[in-house]
Design a protein around this ligand. Structure first.
Ligand SMILES: C[S@@+](CC[C@H](N)C(=O)[O-])C[C@H]1O[C@@H](n2cnc3c(N)ncnc32)[C@H](O)[C@@H]1O
Length: 257
């Protein structure tokens, strides 16, 4: 990323740090779905690296509820400060470290991890080259057999949703100004024999179908403002998420051999 672009993205995230549950995205229901997936998937007691940890809410849940230990990194000093405060105030400070670090590459200066994950962090990088460097560098942070849970945004799922939106007369949704969505087929091709994408989970497909298509259409027709906490969205979050392949957010599971 050139320095100016990087500065604007950093400023954006620094300014969001104080937003509590909304710091990572205004769509707190989506954050909850991603966190449930991480809590269900990551084995108890794992040593975990959170890439782009924000205010630490995901890693703190893993430490608190799954007995994990780990490290959270983020390029925003404000986010790191709040993550540290939150873990200390919950008495978890000894089991987790927070560091201000930018990617790429993902730093490998700590003892290796069983699991690394990112939640919509690498879409903030300005080019596919930087994104590729970041993804492939995760390998060096992992134990052999370790996994990287890449929860990021992909064009394919965004297009799948936009197809239905257009059908109902709604405008297509574009990536926000500070995001560059990945292309699934391209990312898959970055696999090597020693670090490869094992599977793709459509981690919030049902939620995106119901919130971004059905609820969006009902709100447009009734003239009501769209709300992330609408009844349909809250119900959608309780359903199995792999109905279809909707929504940009996917969890790609990478394994180090
Ligand atoms: C969408 S937020 C997600 C935060 C948190 N993981 C969550 O889900 O609540 C993305 C995070 O990535 C961080 N980030 C963006 N670009 C980064 C970079 N190049 N290096 C490190 N962190 C970055 C931002 O500061 C922000 O906290």
């Amino acid at each position: 990323m050139n320095n100016q672009a990087n500065d604007s993205v950093l400023k954006f995230w620094d300014e969001r740090a104080s937003l509590g549950d909304l710091a990572g995205t205004n769509d707190f229901v989506l954050t909850g779905i991603e966190q449930s997936y991480l809590l269900d998937t990551i084995p108890r007691g794992s040593r975990v690296l959170d890439i782009g940890c924000g205010n630490g809410s995901s890693l703190i849940k893993l430490v608190d509820q799954k007995g994990c230990t780990g490290v959270g990194i983020d390029f925003s000093e404000e986010m790191v400060k709040l993550a540290k405060q939150a873990s200390q105030s919950q008495g978890l400070g000894e089991r987790v470290e927070w560091h201000r670090r930018g990617v790429p590459p993902v730093p490998n200066e700590w003892a290796q991890f069983d699991v690394a994950y990112s939640q919509r962090c690498l879409i903030n990088l300005a080019s596919a080259e930087q994104q590729k460097e970041a993804v492939l560098s995760v390998k060096d942070t992992l134990n052999s057999g370790g996994i990287y849970i890449m929860i990021e945004c992909f064009m394919e799922g965004a297009e799948e949703t936009n197809l239905l939106r257009r059908r109902l007369g709604l405008q297509a949704m574009d990536a926000p100004w500070h995001n560059l969505f990945f292309h699934l087929h391209e990312v898959k091709s970055w696999s090597t024999p020693s670090f490869y994408m094992e599977k793709v989970v459509h981690v919030s497909s049902t939620y995106h179908l119901l919130s971004r298509v059905v609820n969006a259409k009902l709100a447009a027709d009734s003239g009501e403002a769209l709300r992330y906490d609408s009844a349909i969205n809250l119900l959608a979050a309780q359903l199995p998420q792999e109905i279809g392949e909707f929504g940009p957010v996917k969890a790609c599971i990478w394994r180090k051999t």
